[in-house]
Design a protein around this ligand. Structure first.
Ligand code: NAD
Length: 261
C-alpha cells in the first residue's frame, strides 16, 4: 500500500520541519525525492543526508512564489528523472499581527507563498502528469486553519482556507487524467515555524509562553498534545500511495481533535 518505488516525488519547503519528514518518509518508501526549498544550502544538505541514509534524493533551490523558478525547477527534474508523480506543496511561513496593524506587504507575501506557490507548483505538476497518462497525487499542506480561524493570522487563515478550493478544483479537472488532489490539515507541530511564534504570541497576548502552548495552541485538542512531523508524514505517505480517484478533493485534519469535521 505504501510502496513508492521509483516514483518521482517533489516536496516544497522540504529543508525543514514537516516537509523534511515527508521527504524522508517518501525516500524510505523507495521514491526518488526532490527536496525543493528557497534555502538552497539547506535543500542540498537535506538531500545529502537522505542519500547517506540510502535514499534517492536531489536538492534544488526553488522560491515557490516565483513562476520562472518553479517552471525551471520542474523542467530540470523532468530532464534528470522524468515527470513528477507526486507533488507535496508544503512550503510556508507565518507572520503574526492584529489585522489592523498588518502591513500590506506582509499580507501579499503570505498569499504569494501559500496560494501562488500552491497554484504554480500544481500547474507545473499537472503539465507533467497529464501527458504520461499515469496520473498522480497532488497534496497541499493546509492547516487546522483551513477550517477554523485564530486571532492575528488573517492572511494565513485566508490562504489555508483557499487551498481547499484549489484542491477541489484540481480534483475535478484532474479526474479524467487520474490526478488526485487532497489537503492535509495539521494541528500545531513543533517545527521552527511554531517555535518562532510562541514568544511572539506571548508578547501579543500578554501571557507566558507556557500559557500560549496550553491555553492557545493546544486548548481545543482532546488530549493537550502536539501533532508530530511523523503523524503528518504518515498521512502524506498514505495519500501519495493511494491508488484511485476514490480519495480526492478531501481535507484530512490531523490535529488531536482540535478540529473535527
Ligand atoms: P518550517 O519553517 O519548519 O519549514 C518551512 C520550509 O519552507 C523552510 O525550509 C523554508 O525555507 C521553506 N520556505 C519558506 N518560504 C519558501 C518559498 N517561498 N519557497 C520555497 N520554500 C520556502 O515550517 P513547517 O512547520 O514545517 O511548515 C510546513 C508547512 O506546514 C507550511 O505550509 C505550514 O503552514 C504548514 N503547517 C504547519 C503547522 C505547524 O504547526 N508547524 C501546522 C499546520 C500547517
Amino acid at each position: 500500500m505504501h510502496d513508492l518505488t521509483d516514483k518521482v516525488t517533489l516536496v516544497t519547503g522540504a529543508a525543514s520541519g514537516i516537509g523534511r519528514e515527508i521527504a524522508r518518509a517518501y525516500a524510505r518508501a523507495g521514491a526518488r525525492v526532490v527536496v525543493a526549498d528557497i534555502n538552497e544550502d539547506a535543500a542540498l544538505a537535506t538531500a545529502q543526508a537522505m542519500i547517506a541514509e540510502g535514499g534517492q534524493a536531489m536538492g534544488i533551490a526553488m522560491d515557490v512564489s516565483d513562476e520562472a523558478q518553479v517552471d525551471a525547477g520542474f523542467a530540470s527534474i523532468a530532464s534528470a528523472w522524468g515527470p513528477v508523480d507526486v507533488l507535496v506543496s508544503n512550503a510556508g511561513v507565518q507572520v503574526i499581527s492584529p489585522l489592523v496593524d498588518f502591513a500590506f506587504a506582509d499580507w501579499k507575501r503570505m498569499l504569494a507563498i501559500h496560494l501562488d506557490g500552491a497554484f504554480l507548483t500544481t500547474r507545473a505538476a499537472m503539465r507533467q502528469m497529464i501527458p504520461t497518462g499515469r496520473g498522480g497525487s497532488i497534496i497541499l499542506m493546509g492547516s487546522a486553519h483551513s477550517h477554523v480561524a485564530s486571532k492575528f493570522k488573517a492572511p494565513y487563515v485566508t490562504a489555508k482556507h483557499g487551498l481547499l478550493g484549489l484542491a477541489r478544483t484540481v480534483a475535478k479537472e484532474g479526474a479524467e487524467h487520474a490526478i488526485r488532489a487532497n489537503v492535509i490539515c495539521p494541528g500545531f507541530v513543533r517545527t521552527p515555524l511554531v517555535e518562532k511564534q510562541i514568544p511572539e504570541q506571548a508578547k501579543e497576548l500578554g501571557i507566558t509562553e507556557e500559557e500560549v502552548i496550553r491555553n492557545v495552541m493546544l486548548k481545543d485538542t482532546v488530549d493537550g498534545e502536539f501533532t508530530t512531523v511523523k503523524d503528518i508524514a504518515d498521512v502524506a505517505l498514505f495519500l501519495a500511495a493511494f491508488g484511485s480517484n476514490a480519495l480526492t478533493g478531501q481535507s484530512i485534519t490531523v490535529s488531536h481533535g482540535w478540529y473535527m469535521s
